[in-house]
Ligand binder design. Sequence first.
Ligand code: ATP
Ligand code: MG
Length: 443
Amino acid sequence: MSETNPTESQSKVAPFKKIAAVKGMNDILPGESSQWEWLEATVRRLMASYAYRNIRTPIVEPTALFVRGLGEVTDIVEKEMYSFEDRLNGEALTLRPESTAGVVRAVVEHNMLYEGGKRLYYMGPMFRHERPQRGRYRQFHQIGAEVLGFQGPEIDAEVILLAHDLWKTIGLKDVRLELNSLGQPPERLAHRAALIAHFEKNSALLDEDAKRRLHTNPLRILDTKNPAMLALVTSAPKLLDYLGDASLQHFNTVRNILDANGVSYSLNPRLVRGMDYYNLTVFEFVTDQLGSQGTVCGGGRYDYLIEQVGGKSAPAVGWALGVERVLALLEEQGAQLPDASPHAYAIVPEAQSLPVVLNYIRQLRDLGVNVQMHAGTGDGIGSMKSQFKKADSSGAQFALIFGPDELAQNMVSVKSLRDGGVAQRTESLSSIEAWAKSLQLTP
Ligand code: ATP
Ligand code: MG
């Protein structure tokens, strides 16, 4: 008697349990991914038109970078970071919760500001241990712009215009721009004292989070999402009233440039942003169409971060948008986004024709026609009927039929798979270039 294969017998008794993705981390499957690719390609073109260059930094950074960069008393550092110890050398590491700190680290490390300012952009996954819900995930994706080494308000305006133009280019509607100025550290200090006094006077109304932050980071209390504290934060002293002439002038110039370019906005004195590194201009693009996950894009000036992570002091400004939220909003608005269906599906009734047919298919691809080759999934290549079924479900606009009769005459049949399309016609395989263009109806 031969022994039974141990894995086989085991799998009958106790099948392996399925392993699911980590909670809050999503697979982006084909169908959806074509929209991601379209968005990314659109962003790349727009960034190039503004002369911004791509930067790619590691997904893992030293934990100290975020603790020092983002501030110890922030939601991210207090409770949202995926931090771990490298088992091999004990290093304290963190999956990046955002990318500004990493970009700044890279800029400092490579001395990139040596020959002047830099306009940069990135895209990629970020990680935050939050409660997953629509528009809020544990692995999510950001696209961001960072401009380093420029001090003037025209750059604040440029990055805002860049985001504004992105909405226009992708057809995103109803995103409101909210603006605020956080001034400079001494102005914030004066405001901070007034803020603490205001909250202390009303200490009975503070929630736990606010009580904890009252003396460590009172500004952050303004950012509360607790409706019970709304009246209290709305009546709080406003930072804008504490700005000196230089800060006010910076802010007014940003506003003038936006006005001159037809970008509307509202002032929101409660807008403080989630990280400590901001100063002067801060802004968010928000929508009412995504429930409480309404911030699509946020950013501002961070003139002190570079120094904080050990670089030579230099000004900077930037923003980051949430890809999942932008795509969800487009969907909510019924935007028609491109899919990745092929232009044509090649039907090959006889398997022995495949080697020859492939030559023609590849010529078509060279000419810009996206062609899906039929392939058998079981025994043999499949009946005409089953091939047509697959052609239909591929989403292709045309079927190209490379039948034996056609091939004998050096021809191919072209059949529209869409309602109202032209009836079947035949085309010559010796002049593919002449008719290939007519097959490229979708991008
Ligand atoms: P929120 O107030 O919604 O938590 P945030 O202030 O933490 O946002 P930022 O750190 O400024 O967000 O990140 C910029 C953008 O990234 C946000 O405006 C949002 O679109 C997106 N984003 C942030 N956190 C998440 C997440 N957990 N899941 C999906 N998108 C996110
Ligand atoms: Mg957050």
